[in-house]
Design a protein around this ligand. Structure first.
Ligand code: FES
Length: 181
């Protein structure tokens, strides 16, 4: 189900030269860096550094891609990315909401959630609410396809989400900031 795994080459010698299904050119540039380090797992920090430079922050999709390219468990890559302060896992918002748009989640309505949020909250993927409270992100398969559509709210993966549940969470975060402000 994973977009990056779908592009896994057949032979192990070239196993890390996967191309990202999104067609996003930044993944090609990231590939060039990974190749330059000869797919060495020891180069994880340098590679994450390059990824952050390319993407601005290390979204789930990028971390999974790096993990697959280096044949490392995603947990190890997450661990390193969260340990070092120089890495940022989310853009500017105080809260983050990552909607999985992988195949299983897409089929179960992830796109409908995004479309609805655009209407109800005037926010699109990659954007942050005007009050700086919530950044809306997307990822391609969180590895939780069984509970699709899956959404990560501030790092907690919840399944079977709807536009309404996500809207409520965003509303809750922005309302809290109004109270505090
Ligand atoms: S497609 Fe796998 S968790 Fe969404």
């Amino acid at each position: 189900m994973n977009s990056a795994s779908a592009a896994q080459p057949k032979n192990s010698k070239t196993a890390s030269s996967a191309t990202h299904a999104s067609g996003d050119k930044r993944f090609k540039m990231l590939d060039a860096t990974i190749k330059r380090y000869q797919y060495q797992q020891d180069a994880l920090i340098e590679i994450l550094h390059k990824a952050q430079e390319l993407f601005g922050y290390l979204e789930t999709d990028v971390l999974i891609y790096v993990a697959q390219s280096l044949k490392l468990p995603p947990s190890r890559v997450y661990g390193v990315a969260t340990f070092y302060h120089l890495f940022s896992l989310a853009p500017s918002g105080a809260h983050s909401c990552v909607i999985c748009t992988g195949t299983a989640c897409y089929v179960k309505g992830a796109q409908a959630i995004l479309t609805e949020l655009e209407k109800s909250d005037n926010i699109r993927a990659g954007e942050t609410t005007p009050d700086g409270q919530v950044s809306l992100l997307t990822a391609r398969c969180l590895g939780a396809c069984g509970i699709a559509p899956a959404v990560v709210f501030d790092g907690a993966v919840l399944g079977n989400q709807t536009a309404e549940s996500v809207h409520e969470w965003i509303h809750h975060c922005t309302a809290e900031s109004t109270k505090e402000g």
